[in-house]
Design a protein around this ligand. Structure first.
Ligand SMILES: CC(C)NC(=O)[C@H]1CCC[C@H]1Nc1nc(Nc2ccc(C(=O)N(C)C3CCN(C)CC3)cc2)ncc1C(F)(F)F
Length: 280
C-alpha cells in the first residue's frame, strides 16, 4: 500500500483515552496525562486550540512538527504517536516523559556537575546525529525543549522549529540566546546550527546561564555575532569542557566541531556515562 504518514495511520479520537492530571501548559494549550483505553498505554495528550493556532499562523509549523516527529525513532527523541482533532482543538498523542522538564531541574540545582552535563551533551549529540542523518535540523535546542524520561534519559521534544533541510526556511525562532550568528544575521543556515545550540546548552548546563545573555536584545545580538565568549570564574569548570565549548561556538559554521567529533572529545569520553543516563 502507498506509504501513509505514520501520524495518521490510525483514526484516533478523544474517547480512546482516559484523561488524567494536567502536566502543565504548553505554548498553545494544556498537556494532560492520559491512558489509551485498549492498550492501557500512558501518554501525554497535548491539546492545542485551533483559534490560537490560526491567529498565530503556526498551522503549517504544526503540520511540519507532526510530520517530522512522527517519523523519528530514537531513545533521546520524544515520540509523537499520532494526532486527531475536533471542531475547536488539535490533539497530539505524545510520549510521556515521567521525570518532567529539564529546565526546572536546572533551575533547582543552578548548574550541573561535569559528569551530568557531559552525559546529557553526549545523548543529545547522538540524537542530533540521527536527525541530521534524516536531513532534519531541530533549530531550537534549549533547556525548555528537553524532557526527562523515567530512567533519567533526556528527550528532545517540540520539533516546532525543525525543518527538512531540502526546504530550508529563514524564519526567525524563539529566544535569541540559542541562535547562531548565521540565523541571527538570517543568512543561509544548515545542520551546523544545532552544533552551535548544543555548545550553548553545554555552557548553560555548566554555568547555569547561556554565554551571551544580556539585558537588552541588541546586546545579546552583538555578543552572538562577535562570539563574545567569556567563561565565568565560578563555578570551577575543567579546561577540557571549555575547550569543547570553544570548538562548537565558532562563527564560521563549517569550522564547528562535527557532532561525531564531539562524542570523541576527551571531556565527553572522560565524563559522559556510556549508558547515556546520568546515575548521580
Ligand atoms: C517540550 C515542551 C516544550 N514542553 C512541554 O510540552 C511541557 C508543557 C507541559 C508539560 C510538558 N510536556 C510534557 N511533559 C511530560 N512529562 C511531565 C511534565 C511535567 C511533570 C511535572 O513536573 N509535574 C507534573 C509537576 C508535578 C509537581 N507539581 C507541583 C508541578 C508539576 C512531569 C512529567 N511528558 C510529555 C510532555 C509532552 F511534551 F509530550 F507534552
Amino acid at each position: 500500500p502507498e506509504a501513509s504518514s505514520e501520524a495518521d495511520k490510525k483514526r484516533w479520537m478523544l474517547n480512546d483515552f482516559d484523561i488524567g492530571k494536567p502536566l502543565g501548559r504548553g505554548k498553545f494549550g494544556h498537556v494532560y496525562l492520559a491512558r489509551e483505553k485498549r492498550s492501557n498505554h500512558i501518554v501525554a495528550l497535548k491539546v492545542l486550540f485551533k483559534s490560537q493556532l490560526k491567529q498565530s499562523q503556526v498551522e503549517h509549523q504544526l503540520r511540519r512538527e507532526v510530520e517530522i516527529q512522527s517519523h523519528l525513532r530514537h531513545p533521546n527523541i520524544l515520540r509523537l504517536y499520532g494526532y486527531f482533532y475536533d471542531q475547536k482543538r488539535v490533539y497530539l498523542i505524545l510520549e510521556y516523559a515521567a521525570k518532567g522538564e529539564l529546565y526546572k531541574e536546572l533551575q533547582k540545582c543552578k548548574y550541573f556537575s561535569e559528569r551530568r552535563a557531559a552525559t546529557y551533551v553526549a545523548s543529545l549529540a547522538r540524537a542530533l546525529i540521527y536527525c541530521h542523518g534524516k536531513h532534519v535540523i531541530h533549530r531550537d535546542i534549549k533547556p525548555e525543549n528537553l524532557l526527562v524520561g523515567a530512567q533519567g534519559e533526556l528527550k528532545i521534544a517540540d520539533f516546532g522549529w525543525s525543518v527538512h533541510t531540502f526546504n530550508r526556511r529563514r524564519t526567525m525562532c524563539g529566544t535569541l540566546d540559542y541562535l547562531p550568528p548565521e540565523m541571527v544575521e538570517s543568512v543561509e543556515h544548515d545542520a551546523s546550527v544545532d552544533i552551535w545550540s548544543l555548545g550553548i546548552l553545554c555552557f548553560e548546563f555548566l554555568y547555569g546561564m547561556p554565554p551571551f545573555e544580556a539585558k537588552e536584545h541588541s546586546d545579546t545580538y552583538r555578543r552572538i555575532v562577535q562570539v563574545d565568549l567569556k567563561f565565568p570564574a565560578k563555578p570551577i569548570v575543567s579546561s577540557a569542557a571549555k575547550d569543547l565549548i570553544s570548538q562548537m561556538l565558532v562563527k564560521d559554521s563549517s569550522q564547528r566541531l562535527p557532532l561525531k567529533k564531539v562524542l570523541e572529545h576527551p571531556w565527553i569520553v572522560q565524563n559522559a556515562d556510556p549508558s547515556g543516563v546520568y546515575k548521580g
